[in-house]
Design a protein around this ligand. Structure first.
Ligand code: B12
Ligand code: SF4
Length: 507
């Protein structure tokens, strides 16, 4: 049987990174079946397009995975596929919490023939065999012989054949420039950011987060050896293509067990498996100097930190009191001393926020080493403690907001500001942080560092700008380049001078 695994586009950004679940399920598919992958963020498709593809490729089963924000598109695509008689199985965090919605048991139409609840590593092979026999069940739940939920043991993690998988749709280097860039340095003909998990689960239980409920508070890790081997495979592939690879450790809290993280990082260094990497780590875990040394030595370049707010009352209100705004600056400086920078994520529209929250947050950010601030709105995701709290309090304004997904729009009213005010704060956060002045400031604040760091922060800021501001079309790009022409020109001029004054090679 031919199987298509499809992830819908998120409707906002082009994907900078593939979704791991597809590659994982492909690797766990029983022999005798062929699996094709389409990520809608890299290969946009509409309903007619996917139906054509399914029919032309003679697909016998379509698997769709989606976060809440993509679920409306996922349902539309599923409906179109099922209308031509091809069965659809859906999985991922949204349908795990809203299985009845996907199966048409809550008053709406049915969108899926089957739903895989929770982590599907162990149920996927069974789903494939049942689909091949035409005996798909409605629900697949990972349970043991006693009917208790069973979380996969990551000690036996499949080998994802990154050396053989077609990754053409995920090359971030524009086709026109690839041939030329292949000859620069070690080669820049390809550049891909690859998701890699070293463990699952987070016990912290922040009120707005799906993770503790979905993956559980029992944390599970892959063996160091299996992670190191995956890195070596990726590194070898990049080298053989004359390209570059970076890894995003998608663990929810990469340093949740500091002892184990240090041991993994030491093994990466010992095996010479370093690649440039990004990981999500909460600020409280970055107090450890030795950990930060190892992060830098093992290739860590960016750390994603869910700061959420600079107001301790807000943090306490969402069960994230372990974040201490008073130590944010010290944490970021500790990283910056090792040339590691941070993606700092903030949520506006929290219950203690008042108009002016963006300005107050921007003032703080200004005093920190340069990084990549991102701003979102507090969003009640299904089955989270936040959703339940707001529902009980009658504060939800759009109870099924995902069925009419609108980016950067709240679905409940904050306590101390209006919805419109919260939207304006997010807009201000993005506009100020990614203006040409802010980009020039970020670049010049690294004036004592080698040129590469200034280029890196500039490119990263330009790319992150695209999360909020559309910049996909040629005219949008031309506008961005024009607005930042002074910074671009100064970086080019400095690069030229550096190149001209480099020492002559020793013959
Ligand atoms: C990496 C990641 C991202 C990446 C993008 C995704 C990518 N390219 O990988 C980035 C950083 C861009 C991102 C952004 C966001 N993310 Co995110 N992200 C994650 C993260 C940390 C890891 C995802 C992952 O690969 N997990 C590992 C794989 C193995 O797990 P999985 O995807 O769940 O797949 C398993 C099962 O769900 C199931 N499954 C999944 N799909 C399918 C399909 C089929 C057919 C079957 C059978 C099974 C199946 O099988 C898999 C194996 O067990 C998760 C948290 C987490 N730990 O999962 C959050 C998470 C998915 N993100 C979340 C959110 C909210 C966001 C944002 C909206 C945040 C924001 N406010 O801006 C944005 C939106 C992005 C966008 N523009 O669309 C939420 C989603 C909750 C929900 N109900 O939808 C999560 C769960 C985190 C959280 N805090 O709650 N994210
Ligand atoms: S620390 Fe991060 S992953 Fe863990 S519960 Fe909080 S938001 Fe979720």
């Amino acid at each position: 049987m031919r199987i298509l695994l499809y992830n819908p586009d998120n409707g906002v950004t082009r994907n900078f990174m593939p979704h791991l679940w597809m590659f994982l399920l492909k690797s766990l598919t029983p022999a005798g079946h062929e699996v094709l992958l389409i990520d809608g963020n890299a290969q946009p498709m509409d309903e007619a397009g996917i139906v054509r593809y399914v029919q032309e490729q003679n697909i016998g089963l379509v698997g769709i995975g989606a976060m809440t924000r993509m679920i409306a598109k996922a349902y539309r695509m599923a409906d179109a596929i099922r209308a031509v008689g091809t069965p659809v199985v859906m999985g991922g965090p949204h349908v795990t919490e809203e299985a009845d919605e996907a199966l048409g048991r809550s008053g709406g139409p049915r969108h899926a023939d089957a739903v895989a609840l929770g982590e599907a590593d162990e149920t996927w092979p069974k789903i494939v065999e049942d689909a091949a026999r035409g005996t798909l069940k409605d629900i697949y739940k990972p349970v043991d012989d006693f009917g208790q939920e069973r979380k996969p043991n990551l000690k036996e993690y499949p080998v994802i054949p990154w050396d053989k998988i077609d990754l053409g749709q995920f090359n971030l280097v524009p086709k026109l420039a690839a041939r030329t860039l292949q000859r620069i340095g070690d080669g820049w003909g390809t550049f891909r950011i690859i998701p890699l998990e070293s463990g699952r689960g987070c016990p912290y239980g922040c009120e707005f987060c799906t993770v503790t409920g979905f993956f559980g508070d029992s944390i599970r890790f892959r063996t160091n050896e299996s992670v190191v081997n995956e890195l070596l495979l990726l590194k070898a592939r990049a080298k053989s293509e004359g390209g570059q690879i970076a890894v995003f450790f998608i663990d929810d809290n990469f340093a949740i067990n500091i002892k184990r993280t240090k041991s993994l990082l030491r093994d990466i260094i010992a095996a010479n498996a370093q690649v440039h990497w990004v990981a999500q780590i909460s600020a409280n875990l970055l107090r450890d100097e030795e950990l930060v040394d190892l992060i830098a030595a093992s290739g860590g370049k960016w750390v994603f930190i869910g700061m959420e707010s600079i107001d301790p009352a807000n943090l306490a209100g969402v069960n994230k009191g372990f974040n201490k705004p008073g130590e944010y600056a010290a944490v970021l400086e500790r990283l910056a001393r090792r040339n590691v920078y941070a993606i700092t994520s903030f949520i506006f529209g929290m219950d203690n926020d008042t108009p002016g929250v963006a300005e107050r947050t921007l003032q703080e950010i200004q005093s920190w080493p340069p990084g990549l601030p991102i701003f979102g709105l507090l969003t009640p995701l299904p089955a989270t403690p936040l959703y339940k709290k707001l529902e009980v309090a009658g504060r939800l304004t759009r109870t099924k907001h995902w069925l009419e997904f609108i980016p950067f729009q709240m679905a409940h009213t904050p306590l101390r500001m209006s919805i419109a005010e919260a939207h304006a704060e997010v807009k201000q956060g993005w506009a100020r942080s990614y203006s040409s002045d802010a980009l020039a400031h970020a670049v010049s604040s690294l004036k004592n560092k080698p040129l590469g760091y200034r280029i890196n922060i500039f490119i990263a800021r330009i790319c992150f700008r695209g999360i909020y501001f559309p910049q996909m079309g040629v005219s949008a790009w031309v506008k961005v380049i024009y607005q930042n022409r002074r910074t671009i020109f100064s970086l080019i001029r400095e690069g030229f001078v550096t190149w001209r004054t480099r020492p002559a090679p020793v013959v």
